[in-house]
Design a protein around this ligand. Structure first.
Ligand SMILES: *[C@@H]1O[C@H](CO)[C@@H](O)[C@H](O)[C@H]1NC(C)=O
Ligand SMILES: *[C@@H]1O[C@H](CO)[C@@H](O)[C@H](O)[C@H]1NC(C)=O
Ligand SMILES: *[C@@H]1O[C@H](CO)[C@@H](O)[C@H](O)[C@H]1NC(C)=O
Ligand SMILES: *[C@@H]1O[C@H](CO)[C@@H](O)[C@H](O)[C@H]1NC(C)=O
Length: 356
């Protein structure tokens, strides 16, 4: 570089120093630092960033944010490979969700046709999941690959909903892990995760019977310590029996239910009905008997409040109270249960109508 050129540059520098601070990628900066910045491969670091967790509702959409950038910034975009994968709650294997290069993408397994990248800007790797199901919760991994650089970050997807303890008609502690999974599914629910149980404990769930969780542990939430529930001297908290044997050990279950595409309502035919008549009454109303998970979701998420006991599909009798009052059970809101009465007993019935 000649002496004259250096002087010209120095004047430029004085004139432009404020401007260059605001616009570090200007032509001037490139001139000073070398035009081949993009090719200095080793000096460019790829960075990836997401959120820690995202909450959504069943049936809705979830946006899992992820963006990447380079340090120092690049002057021209480079093609990267974006890969999303998923660790289900309960410790299943890592599963591919989506792989994309440029505008081409491929989706996998249960996620086929339900996920896409939002691609709102060139460095956007955000994933949009539609038609969320109860079992979509877990840890999602956003991975960006550029040549030999490979960076990843994670985001936890959680659903808003309600945890409820479930006991089989056969009685206390009659479910092994697989039975418990099935029992929750039959109530339009899924085994609760520890995070979901913890949230419901914070919301006041106090239940002195141990139940299976999705991670194959057996636990129960206590807000008011007392003798049969770990002892009065033990602080409030979630008591854990740890992991139990899937087939051998038997407990109750903690199920999780989220929002409904439909409506739960109380139906009382002109006279109260036995269990077989109850089923018929809902069918005559172009509906089905409500499941326990549906009653809990309607109670928790839409504020269903009815001081009348009614049959449910599993043969239990319950009623939902959001505004506690005299003659409607305890002073806290909750779904009151009469267990599984004899099927000839007479009650009202809770029906469920799916959304058209
Ligand atoms: C830079 O801006 C500041 C005020 O923003 C001004 O005082 C200073 O003189 C400017 N320097 C140059 C080299 O233009
Ligand atoms: C979810 O996204 C799909 C397509 O991206 C859209 O058609 C649908 O309305 C969205 N659903 C909700 C509940 O926002
Ligand atoms: C998740 O739930 C859906 C609908 O309930 C079901 O079809 C699917 O098989 C479940 N997926 C897994 C991995 O269990
Ligand atoms: C319910 O009542 C009907 C008569 O209305 C009777 O036929 C049926 O056996 C009863 N079911 C039960 C479970 O008692």
């Amino acid at each position: 570089m000649g002496r004259l050129q250096v002087q010209v540059l120095w004047c430029l520098h004085l004139m432009l120093s404020n401007w260059t601070l605001a616009a570090p990628n200007s032509f001037y900066q490139k001139y000073l630092h070398g035009k081949n910045q993009d090719n200095q491969y080793n000096r460019v670091n790829l960075k990836v960033e997401s959120a820690s967790s995202v909450f959504a509702l069943r049936g809705g959409n979830a946006t899992l944010p992820c963006r990447f950038w380079y340090e120092p910034e690049l002057n021209s975009p480079r093609e990267v490979r974006i890969k999303w994968s998923w660790f289900p709650v309960g410790g299943g294997p890592q599963t591919d969700v989506l792989v994309a290069v440029g505008s081409h993408s491929r989706t996998f397994g249960e996620f086929r046709g339900r996920v896409q990248l939002s691609q709102n800007f060139p460095e956007d790797a955000t994933l949009v999941l539609t038609e969320l199901q109860l079992n979509d919760t877990g840890r999602y991994v956003c991975e960006v690959v550029d040549g030999l650089e490979d960076q990843r970050t994670t985001v936890d997807l959680e659903l808003r909903g309600v945890v409820f303890p479930y006991r089989h008609p056969l009685g206390r502690y009659s479910l092994n892990f697989l039975d418990a999974q099935r029992a929750c599914e039959q109530q339009d629910a899924t085994l609760a995760t520890f995070a979901q149980l913890y949230q419901s404990w914070e919301d006041g769930l106090n239940w002195c019977n141990a139940g299976w969780l999705a991670d194959r542990t057996v636990q129960y939430p206590i807000t008011q310590p007392r003798a049969p529930c770990g002892g009065p001297g033990l602080a409030p908290g979630i008591r854990s029996y740890g992991k139990r044997l899937l087939r051998l050990h038997r407990y109750d279950a903690f199920c999780f239910s989220s929002s409904l595409r439909g409506q739960v309502y109380y139906l009382q035919p002109s006279n109260k009905v036995n269990l077989t008549e109850a089923r018929r009454a809902c069918e005559d109303d172009k509906a089905q008997m409500a499941k326990v998970g549906q009653l809990y979701a309607a109670w928790k998420l839409t504020g269903l409040d009815h001081c009348n006991a009614g049959w449910l599909a599993d043969g239990s009798v319950r009623y939902p109270i959001t505004r506690p009052r005299r003659n409607c059970g305890p002073s806290e809101p909750g779904v009151r249960s009469f267990g599984f009465p004899p099927p000839q007993d007479k009650h009202g019935v809770y029906c469920y109508k799916a959304q058209e």
